[in-house]
Write a protein that binds this ligand. Structure first.
Ligand SMILES: C[S@@+](CC[C@H](N)C(=O)[O-])C[C@H]1O[C@@H](n2cnc3c(N)ncnc32)[C@H](O)[C@@H]1O
Length: 222
């Protein structure tokens, strides 16, 4: 039993990662969100992308529709989790797809939060595959950086004010103390990601040992 949560990127099929493409190719079936109650894909961007990828890269997988009404209700996420669990009776490996990057306003974590409680074994066998965000793509299209030199950038939702804020801290100096980094949630330390000596700590390391270190203060959504 393996569940891939696959980020498809911002809609340009070539901006999918190789890892995401491999997860789609390795899946026995692909779970695709649709806003249509009749489970059709007439309005589904995600379906278009998956179809185009299958055509271009020469593979064909059964598609499982996941009705996603965008009402932000637990019952809707539960319904999707039920479809996943039901599908595992027939398939061993499933890929669930999401637009852009799964880390940014994606259904992926609503589903994983439920799966973690209801099926810990499946949670353990799940893997999230990151992707290119819409705003990375926007920046690249007009050749303007999101942050460079002494600047930073924020993601601010427009649908609601005064929401909790997760912050990424980058570009530390080797040897610096981390005690001044503000913390509202869980401050995690990531060192040498994907390089030799990769370390992920679910706490604040006291001192910075490597240049390739970033900290994320993860706050819980309301
Ligand atoms: C639910 S969020 C999903 C974000 C996505 N996971 C990402 O990584 O970009 C949807 C919002 O992302 C932005 N967005 C996503 N795709 C976009 C696109 N192709 N063009 C412009 N904005 C986009 C819009 O602000 C939209 O309201």
């Amino acid at each position: 039993m393996k569940l891939y949560m696959v980020s498809l990127g911002p809609g340009d099929y070539d901006l999918i990662t190789l890892k995401a493409l491999k997860a789609l190719k390795n899946a026995d079936a692909i779970c695709v969100p649709t806003k249509s109650e009749d489970n059709s894909f007439k309005r589904s961007m995600t379906y278009k992308i998956v179809k185009a990828l299958m055509d271009e890269h020469g593979f064909d997988k059964p598609i499982i529709p996941m009705y996603t009404p965008m009402r932000f209700k637990v019952e809707d996420w539960q319904n999707q989790v039920n479809i996943l669990q039901e599908s595992f009776k027939q398939y061993d490996t499933l890929s669930f797809v999401t637009l852009g990057d799964s880390a940014v306003y994606s259904t992926v974590y609503y589903l994983l939060d439920l799966i973690e409680v209801q099926n810990p074994e499946l949670y353990k066998n799940s893997e999230v595959i990151p992707g290119v965000t819409s705003f990375s793509d926007a920046s690249a299209k007009i050749k303007k950086p999101l942050c460079v030199g002494d600047s930073s950038f924020s993601i601010v939702p427009l649908h609601k004010k005064n929401v909790p804020n997760t912050t990424v801290y980058m570009r530390p100096k080797i040897g610096m103390s981390t005690e001044d980094i503000p913390q509202s949630g869980e401050l995690c330390t990531f060192e040498n990601l994907n390089y030799q000596g990769e370390t992920i700590s679910s706490y604040r390391k006291e001192h910075v040992e490597k240049y390739m270190t970033l900290f994320i203060d993860f706050v819980k959504a309301q």
